[in-house]
Every structure is written in C-alpha cells, then in structure tokens.
Design a protein around this ligand. Sequence first.
Ligand SMILES: [Cu+2]
Length: 276
Amino acid sequence: MVASAATAALLFLAGCSADTTAQLKRIGLPEAASDRAPAIGDLWIGSWIAAGIVGVFVWGLIGWAVIKYRSDNNDMPKQNRYNLPMEIFYTTAPFVIIGVLFYYTILAQNTVTARSAEPEVTVNVTAQKWSWVFNYKSADNPDVGEDVWEGGTIQQTPDLYLPVGKSVRFNLRAADVNHSFWVPSFYYKLDVVAGRNNNFEMTPTKEGVFRGKCAELCGTYHSAMLFNVHIVSEEEYEAHLRGLAEAGNIGEARGPKDVDPQGEAKQDQGEEVGQR
Ligand SMILES: [Cu+2]
C-alpha cells in the first residue's frame, strides 16, 4: 500500500510543472531568497513529519480497533476506567510532542533573529499609509558617498534593491499606524510598530525579483502596500544607488510628505488619491 501511494505521489508530481513540483516539495513555502530560510524551512518540514508520524499512529490505532473489535453485538463493550498506564500515557504524550516542537522552534527563532555587530548594509524602512520608503544608509560607502532614498505612493509600487550575499540590517518605523514588513521569500516578517524601532537582519542569497507586502491590516488601502525586492549583484546595487543620488533623492525621507508632497496635500484635503 505504501509503495502504491508513493508511486501515485510520484506520478502526480511528474504531471506538474517544475515550479509547482518544487513548491510541493517545500510543502507550500515560497522560493527561498535569504540565509534565514533554511532554519524556517526545516522547522516547517520537520513539523509536518512529526504531525505525519502522530497522524499515522492514531489512524493505525483507530483502524486496528475498528477491525479487531468489529461485531454485530450492540451491547456496551467493556469499559476501561482508571487504567493508570493508559492515563499516564495520554497525559504525557502531548507534553512530549509540544516539548519537542518548542525546542526546535526556539532553535529556529534564535537563528532567524540573530544580528551581527556590523551589518554590511543598513536600510531604514518607513511604512506609511499606503506605501513604503526605503532609506539606504550609504554615506560610508565610498562608491555612493551619500544617504539616498526611494519611496512609493499609492499609485506607484516602490522598489527595494539589495546586494546579494551582503548582510542587511532593516530598521523599521511607522509614519502613522502599525504595519508589517513581509517578504515571503525571506521566510521572515516583522511588525512595524508606531513609536518603536523594530529591526532585523538577513543576507539575501538569490538574485531575482521578489514580492513584498504589508502583513498587518492597516486600513482602507492596506492591499496596495506592495513593493518589489530586487536582489542584484553589488555593482548593480551601487549603480542603482548612484542613480537615486543623481535623481536628487539624497538624505533621509521619513514619510509621504517627503516622497510625494502633492499626494500628501491632496490627502489632507480629503481627496481620493488613487485606488487599485
Ligand atoms: Cu500597512
């Protein structure tokens, strides 16, 4: 039976596109693009394996009881009251399962929240109704020489550029209400809490374009709070920053007023500034 189930699973996988097959192997997780991903990916897969073992054991017991004790007799079967070994077993087994999951969760959490003393790149992120501003702290970078920023508006999805293989520290702050910074491919998300400086660190590991979004229901146009993450080579990253400096995006932008003064004025007058 196990062999035929495995064959069916293989045939099913063979019928899917390479992308779908890869995602099925990750049990639904997106393509990984950060050094934090293996810790969360392993925890995810491990939890499914643990749940599978418990599930097969319980289904096995149910099947065994159904077959072994099947009968036409409708009388009440013998009741097992005060069976001490059985009671000890079903009291301790859940604690053991939770304990094992807890232990591996703490290990993964320590890995994903680890921070270095000196990150190679620092990005100050401002979350605002209804977009994002990314401030690249690159004054120390001789190639760029200045802090530069780029930001989005409700009509314009902003881009975030990151150099592959460099450790990045994100300092998150909110210009208004609470938001949440989420790039699914980083396997990590962190709330942006008004009045707090939340920060985290990661190293992008894969070049490409990945989706980012707000993961905290922050208001009417929450769903418009998208951004594109471009993980690029170091040369491309520096060229992009130089382009921002040439465009005059120098210094630090802290909110919608700095990014789109007209849009902000419209919003102040209570006008609709756009919709998706
Ligand atoms: Cu938001």
